[in-house]
Ligand binder design. Sequence first.
Ligand SMILES: C[S@@+](CC[C@H](N)C(=O)[O-])C[C@H]1O[C@@H](n2cnc3c(N)ncnc32)[C@H](O)[C@@H]1O
Length: 294
Amino acid sequence: MLGPSEIRSLAAALSIRPTKQWGQNFVHDPNTVRRIVKDAAVPSSQTVLEVGPGLGSLTLALLAAGHPVVAVEIDPVLAEQLPKTVRTHAPSHADSLAVVHADAMRLGREDLPRGIDEPAAIVANLPYNVAVPVILHLLAELPSVRSVLVMVQAEVADRLAAPPGSRTYGVPSAKAAFFGSVKRAGSVGRNVFWPAPNVDSGLVRMTRYDVAPWSIDEDHKRRVFAVIDAAFSQRRKTLRSALAGWAGSAANAETILRSAGIEPSERGEKLGVADFVRIAEAQTVVENPPSESG
Ligand SMILES: C[S@@+](CC[C@H](N)C(=O)[O-])C[C@H]1O[C@@H](n2cnc3c(N)ncnc32)[C@H](O)[C@@H]1O
């Protein structure tokens, strides 16, 4: 485990000055990393994808729990150092680590290392500025990932896990629910990090649907996400107005909403993801009616 003194001396040896651009706040509290691994509850032989391993505190805990780890790190200095840190602190686990130097926002299945099972879970202390797009991107790209346990900014954790109709419900909540269930899994104070950020953190657990209730292929996802973006672009407006630009006109929006069984005077913040899926599907039918001869 890497405690405060190990984190600082490793950073000093590498001349690392944590950058905000890459959300570099390193956890220096061994209890916090142990808790993240425990809460993730991934069976020990299953591969974990860690986004942004940084100096390696969570990586070492994941390896100690018996997981093969694929670690994706954007910072070239940190990506190069990680195998050395693991060889020093946990030599018996060195063969269970594969480091990919890449931007997680662009990671695809083809970038995963050969010779290691595809990841069954994502466990990460995410870079805060890109946490939501990274999760949504990886859930779409990596079908092998069945669960996610991530630490994110507390406010983002609230938004991701918010149910329809609640104050914090919005685009991230509806898009995350497209892939599965999302729950808050606890809070973490800012003092477990070096440097300490200005905000507290929250843990979020996502569990992919066993059987997805709708297609999650790229084209369907893009159409559903376009409805979600439009519905929340003018949060205070009725869906009839908010979806007017997306549908071409308010009249078209009304036709599509009625055909999806949704009241046009309703607001987007009241709808669940299943409603947004129905609207996207109704648009396809309204705009491409089945031919009468067919
Ligand atoms: C909040 S730190 C977490 C570091 C480490 N996991 C820990 O808990 O101490 C976020 C890490 O993500 C890396 N990172 C930032 N943006 C990234 C991206 N787009 N793809 C992959 N890694 C990224 C940063 O360089 C940093 O190491």
